[in-house]
Write a new protein. Sequence first.
Length: 254
Amino acid sequence: MLTMGVDIGSTASKAVILEDGKRIMARQLVAAGTGTRGPAEVYKKALEEAGVERSQITRVVATGYGRLNFAQADRELSEVSCHGKGMVFLCPQVRTVIDIGGQDAKALLLDDWGYLDHFIMNDKCAAGTGRFLEAMSRVLDVQVEDMGMLSERSQNPVSISSTCAVFAESEVISRLSSGETVEDIVAGIHVSVAKKVSGLAVRVGYRPQVAMSGGVAKNRGIVRAMEQELQCEILVPEDCQMAGAIGAALFACQ
């Protein structure tokens, strides 16, 4: 049986095709989210990679920010459930999942069988999200994907006290004007995000093993700052950005 999961976020679209809920036959990512060409393109690319047609897919489940607008789906599910299920597929020992998305941040607590027990989401403020990092990268005139590498060069991370994204931009500009290095500012930004998101993990009652999903998890600076805040190791599977789509494809098997 072939199933497909499509995770439509605010900044990227992901699709996974599973065979019998065990083997990944296709995984695709398009850096364009809901309301763009992204969902249709990633759907088409996944079918092409697997070498199959839509008629051969038993069920398609959509998740993510734009899931309700994906006409090709047979069913829609929340990203909270899908990220939890997808991360257990990738890391069976995981009990806490931290997901930093484009528009929100989430902390998921799983039970001993890997099912969602409790979650907390921050979707009211841009601070601690991918959008926040993008905004900071524009102010610093660096690529967001380079921020992890830049923070590793930091000798003295600066303190970014503002939790509001708008005020943080002004604070970063002020830091640049006072002669602080880009590397130290980026490291400070990562610490600021980690403090915000780790608060969600503390409130949900995090417990090992902790893992991160989503595209921001590929930023080693964020992961390292999160580890320091939570005082524990954080796993980042290679397919961390595909966790939601994997979970949706698994639910499509049921």
